[in-house]
Design a protein around this ligand. Structure first.
Ligand code: NAI
Ligand code: MG
Length: 487
């Protein structure tokens, strides 16, 4: 082609816009945080945490065992008895406010580390995870001296020492969901973060030091599943809170049976996202994208099953494909990236297995054409059509950027399909009609149902599930209940 003065270059792609990682310094290795100090594991063992976008080691982290868990639980017990339970709610609240403010001050560092350690796009860690983590501390700081108003007519006291185990999909946000209500209500904590994403929890421990939180109120024991099991099995806990897979949730329930330790579980999901023919289709398509491709689909409340009314199926699927082709998959630290790296090789393999299972079951796979980096763990945005309710890709949580698309004709058929899984965590509905919204939100058995939006979170709003999605609520006044004794 001859170049003329009116020819504009053919490449309309985005230029790279990487967030820099030179405004903070991570350590080569991190200890456990017990009794207000960083200490090595008794065994001296460590494990590596890697960046799933390039498979490079970021840091080494102490691998906590039974003895470390025991030290941490004892430190939490001492802090509970001697300091934290005796402190007024007003004083406790001051520490929580301080933590919230330091999270805000260190937001940029926390966002970059979150994206490096876990693979999520910087846009999400910067605009969702970290601000919401701070918001959870602000919100609960406000409750610390007002618990009497949360439970009128009751006398409120803390439970004691909480053992908390969190997953890798929202590492710092899950720290906040777990730790903020526990501390606000006067409990002390031993937390175990996920083995692939321990770094922001470790930075959170530094923040607790910086805030002058009394030693032993918050303790952190890093490690894998065995460390989590050691924590659950420690007889010194008054309460266990777990977010993760349904399988491990059930195992925890079994090991706590008969012990009188309180338990809340936030497990998997397989949410139905229902699009009626009277919905604003362009907005609904954005909702579908946000519902399943946000955070690579590593979201327990993801809208992983699309139920679309038959009359608009073609329009929705055509528009969805076009929109999906515009999604940028790649470097999590690039500000243009829509979809980052899959959190770990294990999770990437699991998702690939489901892609194979879906095809073997007879469903039709669509994947976008985008390029992905050579190193690291990646899955292109994907969906299946021609799926049956009995297919494993409809019944089981995939926890990746993979949507299953089904159709329905009547509202009742949509509800029946929506409820026909072992899970009950979330749901979504798009329609122009308020009456349909009420009918659907009452008809789906799930903890949270979004109408004409999806994946909206707020610390004032309780979150949790039914059926195999677990029990207990986090956030809002309901979320305080698992952390208090009432009399
Ligand atoms: P997982 O349930 O094994 O991991 C979650 C946390 O539990 C981690 O901190 C882990 O170290 C800990 N853990 C593992 N085994 C334990 C045990 N026996 N006792 C105590 N703690 C233990 O989940 P995983 O293997 O990483 O992911 C598998 C699937 O689980 C995913 O594909 C997804 O479907 C689901 N999942 C759901 C999550 C949710 O938010 N609901 C979060 C993470 C995973
Ligand atoms: Mg990592």
């Amino acid at each position: 082609m001859t170049k003329t003065s009116t020819t504009i270059g053919a490449d309309w792609g985005y230029a790279p816009a990487p967030e820099s990682a030179d405004h903070f310094q991570l350590k080569d290795h991190y200890g456990l945080f017990i009794g207000g100090k960083f200490v090595p594991a008794v065994s001296g063992k460590r494990f590596k945490t890697i960046n799933p976008a390039n498979e490079k080691v970021i840091a080494e982290v102490a691998d906590g065992g039974e003895k470390d868990v025991d030290k941490a639980v004892k430190a939490a017990r001492t802090a509970f008895d001697k300091v934290w339970r005796k402190m007024s709610g007003r004083e406790r609240g001051k520490y929580l406010y301080r933590i919230a403010r330091i999270i805000q001050e260190r937001a940029r560092e926390l966002a970059v580390v979150e994206s490096m350690d876990g693979g999520k796009p910087i846009r999400e860690s910067r605009d969702v995870d970290i601000p919401l983590a701070a918001a959870h501390f602000f919100y609960h700081a406000g409750w610390a001296d007002k618990l009497g108003y949360a439970f009128p007519g009751k006398s409120v006291s803390p439970i004691g020492v909480a053992g908390q185990i969190i997953p890798w999909n929202f590492p710092l946000l899950m720290v906040a969901w777990k730790v903020a209500p526990a501390l606000a209500c006067g409990n002390t904590v031993v937390l175990k973060p996920a083995e692939t994403t321990p770094l922001t929890a470790l930075l959170f421990a530094e923040i607790c030091q910086e805030a002058g939180l009394p030693e032993g109120v918050f303790n952190l024991v890093t490690g894998a599943g065995a460390t989590g099991a050691a924590l659950v099995n420690h007889p010194g806990l008054d309460k266990v809170a777990f977010t993760g897979s349904t399988e491990v949730g059930k195992a925890i329930q079994r090991s706590l049976a008969g012990r009188g330790t309180k338990l809340t579980l936030e497990l998997g999901g397989k949410a139905a996202h229902i699009i009626f023919e009277d919905a604003t289709i362009d907005q609904a398509v954005e909702g579908i994208i946000n519902g399943i491709y946000f955070n690579q689909g590593h979201v327990c409340c993801a809208g992983s099953r699309l139920l679309v009314q038959e009359s608009v199926e073609e329009e929705v699927v055509t528009k969805l494909k076009a929109r999906m082709e515009s999604l940028i998959v790649g470097d999590p630290l690039d500000k243009n990236t829509d979809i980052g790296a899959i959190n770990s090789k294990a999770q990437c393999d699991r998702i690939r297995d489901y892609l194979k299972i879906g095809e073997e079951e007879g469903a039709e796979l669509f994947q976008t054409q985008c390029s992905v980096p050579e190193k690291g763990y990646w899955i292109r945005p994907s969906f299946f059509t021609k799926v049956a309710q009995s297919h494993r890709i409809v019944q089981e949580e995939i926890f990746g950027p993979v949507l299953a698309i089904q159709t329905f004709r009547t509202l009742n058929e949509a509800l029946e399909k929506a409820n026909n899984t072992p899970y009950g965590l979330s749901g979504g509905v798009w329609t122009d009609k308020g009456a349909k919204i009420f009918k659907v939100t009452r008809g789906i058995r799930a903890g949270v149902i979004w109408a004409n939006t999806f994946n909206k979170f707020d610390p004032t709003s309780p979150f949790g599930g039914y059926k195999e999605s677990g029990y207990g609520r986090e956030g809002g006044r309901h979320g305080l209940r698992p952390y208090v004794e009432l009399s």
